[in-house]
Design a binder for this molecule. Structure first.
Ligand SMILES: [Fe+2]
Ligand SMILES: [Fe+2]
Length: 151
């Protein structure tokens, strides 16, 4: 029963994380395109829109994880991962604030040629941080799933 439930969590979480990963990939591609020839108004708008959507998606995703979600169940199955889960959940506030700040900066200063390189660099850093965060959660779930199965 437990492994069945956990397996469902692993799948659900990997599905959500897959959506985040695709959003981050697409955002990175938009930055690459702009990097080749400088930003146009439409391209900046596209980046701002992707950041807004990412913020909205992440706010809901983080809330699901915090409200007795996947990680709690993983820790119930394998208490040794309690500290790791707590650390991961503790990162949500900072990550979401960073996405919000970056969205605001991109919206207000994205059309300024001088500002763009630092906005793009900060966005790439955030993409890396978000990918690392989600990958650590995937890894924790996989390991908890293995422990629950006696592996
Ligand atoms: Fe998370
Ligand atoms: Fe997550």
């Amino acid at each position: 029963m437990l492994d069945h439930v956990l397996h469902g969590y692993v799948n659900a979480m990997e599905c959500e994380h897959g959506q985040i990963s695709r959003r981050l990939h697409s955002l990175g591609q938009s930055l690459d395109t702009i990097g080749v020839h400088g930003q146009s108004k439409t391209e900046v708008q596209s980046v701002v829109m992707q950041l807004e959507e990412l913020e909205h998606f992440l706010a809901n995703h983080f809330k699901r994880e915090e409200d007795g979600g996947f990680l709690d169940d993983a820790v119930s199955a394998a208490p040794r991962f309690g500290l790791d889960a707590k650390t991961l959940l503790g990162e949500h506030g900072t990550l979401l604030t960073r996405v919000k700040e970056l969205t605001n900066v991109a919206r207000s200063k994205g059309n300024c040629r001088e500002e763009w390189p630092s906005i793009a660099a900060a966005t790439r850093t955030l993409i890396r941080q978000l990918k690392a965060h989600e990958e650590r959660e995937n890894e924790l779930l996989r390991r908890a799933f293995n422990v629950a199965n006696g592996n």
